[in-house]
Design a protein around this ligand. Structure first.
Ligand SMILES: C[S@@+](CC[C@H](N)C(=O)[O-])C[C@H]1O[C@@H](n2cnc3c(N)ncnc32)[C@H](O)[C@@H]1O
Length: 265
């Protein structure tokens, strides 16, 4: 076991060595910044196809946020190659922000393909510091697939709040989300959405408890062997539950709506 672990660690270190070396030489970030836009351009085509109906639904209400000028001013943070442009309403004024300057030429291409939007400017900056955008100057902020790469999410959201134009919400538009939801009801809701997570945790706890209970009845079996068996069983349960969860989500999101014409929920 120890030997296998050592061999796997060694193989991983050898495979990752070029990345460490490039990072040490200060080149890794440059390579990623240079090549990521090409990857994203390719990825966005497939992703947009899969998400088209969702994006249409999400962006269909943008007009409701129009400012007093009668024009919608939109700020897209972490715009990438501009794959969201085609979902924006005609005439909306778009400012884009992204820390990677290499997206500029891809954005220009996207602007040319989406003449219905009025492109204002591209700012090279991270969402955590958007000082080039004035306080209360935009009607809507859009950010898709970005938060996972943001280092300081709290500061990012503070900046979003700062640049958004203050707006009175009508009672039916009021944000009714998790803020008022108690810990327990949130837990129940999340368990209902992804039942395999609590099942995995419960299975893990059960297997570990059973393994510990059986510890003193293990006869002449070595303690380390008993613990390894217990760990493998517990891990196996979690992996099994996660796999079932993924398969269930795929069924729920892609197979059921497509073949059984049931709305996604
Ligand atoms: C996965 S891409 C998504 C691009 C685009 N929003 C989309 O939906 O295809 C993530 C983007 O976030 C940008 N990004 C990373 N860190 C950021 C930060 N701190 N603030 C703003 N954008 C950031 C990246 O440069 C990249 O363009």
């Amino acid at each position: 076991m120890a030997l296998t672990t050592f061999i796997m660690q060694l193989a991983l270190s050898i495979l990752a060595f070029p990345m460490y070396l490039l990072n040490f030489l200060g080149l890794w970030k440059w390579i990623c910044q240079k090549w990521f836009p090409y990857f994203l351009e390719w990825f966005a085509v497939t992703y947009n196809k899969q998400m088209a109906s969702k994006k249409q639904e999400l962006f269909s209400s943008l007009r409701e946020f129009e400012g007093p000028s009668g024009k919608l001013t939109l700020l897209e943070v972490g715009c990438g190659t501009g794959p969201n442009f085609k979902f924006y309403p005609p005439g909306c004024r778009v400012t884009c922000i992204d820390p990677n300057p290499n997206f500029k030429k891809f954005l220009i291409k996207s602007v040319a393909e989406n003449r219905h939007v009025q492109f204002e400017r591209f700012v090279v900056a991270a969402g955590e510091n958007m000082h080039m955008v004035a306080d209360g100057s935009v009607d809507v902020v859009v950010s898709t697939l970005v938060m996972c790469s943001v280092k300081n999410q709290e500061q990012f959201l503070r900046e979003v709040y700062r640049v958004l134009r203050p707006r009175k919400m009508s009672s039916e538009n009021q944000w009714s989300a998790d803020e008022d939801e108690g810990q327990l009801s949130r837990l129940i809701r999340k368990s209902r959405d992804s039942p395999f997570v609590p099942v995995g945790i419960a299975g893990f706890m059960t297997v570990v408890s059973y393994g510990l209970y059986k510890l003193k009845y293990r006869k002449d079996q070595k303690m380390s062997i008993h613990l390894i068996h217990m760990r493998v069983a517990a891990q196996g349960f979690v992996v099994g539950a996660v796999t079932l969860g993924i398969l269930y989500s795929m069924y729920k999101d892609y197979i059921r709506p497509r073949f059984f014409s049931v709305s996604k929920k």
